[in-house]
Write a protein of this length. Structure first.
Ligand code: SAH
Length: 211
């Protein structure tokens, strides 16, 4: 076993204890080397269930949060998924492991370049672009699923319109200090909205985000 394999198994066991029961998500997360997405000074802590700094005031999300959001999104193999907030690239890699076709947008170009490098080195096929993801990625819309990994002041309207019929949008919405996770499912022109309490994300900044 490699240096990190045991840590990763412990992380997976903890996710199960905390209630993550989706075996596809568990499988995908047990295949992604989280330590490759964490900056050097923090690699020894890569499998702790906590968010860690990735530079530019941003963080790689806590493994439990990634697992919870990925399960809520329910991304199936071959599905087209848009991620807003590439960050370290870890969430994108987990989605790619699930067999999704991943499109990911990041506003910070330095973070995007670093994520791109890791994703390429590990041969994850993820399409990325720099820019404001609150307006979506119309060239590739509609999507089976959209996941926003930064906290928004409200559900960004353009993202709803880029969902396929039956598609799901997972987005943390709230104040700058605390958000609920909102899961919106589209059926035709009806958008069903469910809410899960108690998450903390870095802010989503942009046209439909915080200014
Ligand atoms: N999914 C990431 C989490 C990164 S934190 C991971 O797995 O590591 C959220 C990221 O969203 C930050 O990198 C931040 O720069 C980015 N972000 C914030 N507002 C954004 C916007 N409007 N469009 C695209 N990215 C945004």
């Amino acid at each position: 076993m490699g240096r990190f394999d045991e840590d990763r198994l412990d992380m997976i066991a903890l996710l199960r204890e905390k209630g993550i029961a989706d075996e596809r998500v568990i499988g995908a997360m047990s295949r992604v080397d989280r330590h490759r997405f964490v900056p050097e000074p923090f690699t020894s802590r890569a499998y702790e269930d906590s968010a860690l700094p990735i530079g530019k005031g941003q963080t790689i999300s806590q493994p439990y949060t990634v697992a919870f959001m990925t399960a809520a999104l329910g991304a199936g193999s071959g599905e087209k998924i848009l991620e807003v907030g590439t960050g370290s690239g870890y969430q994108a890699a987990v989605l790619a492991e699930l067999g999704a076709r991943v499109f990911s947008i990041e506003r910070n170009l330095e973070l995007l370049a670093a994520a791109r490098k890791v994703l390429d080195r590990l041969h994850y096929r993820v399409a990325t672009r720099g820019g404001d993801g609150t307006v979506g990625w119309s060239e590739f819309a509609p999507f089976d699923g959209i996941i926003v990994t930064a906290g928004a002041p409200d559900v960004p309207g353009p993202l709803l319109r880029q969902l396929k019929d039956g598609g799901k949008l997972v987005v943390p919405v709230g104040t700058l200090s605390r958000q609920s996770l909102i899961v919106v499912t589209r059926s035709g022109e009806h958008f069903d909205r469910r809410e899960v309490e108690g998450f903390k994300f870095v802010p989503l900044i942009g046209k439909m985000g915080w200014q």
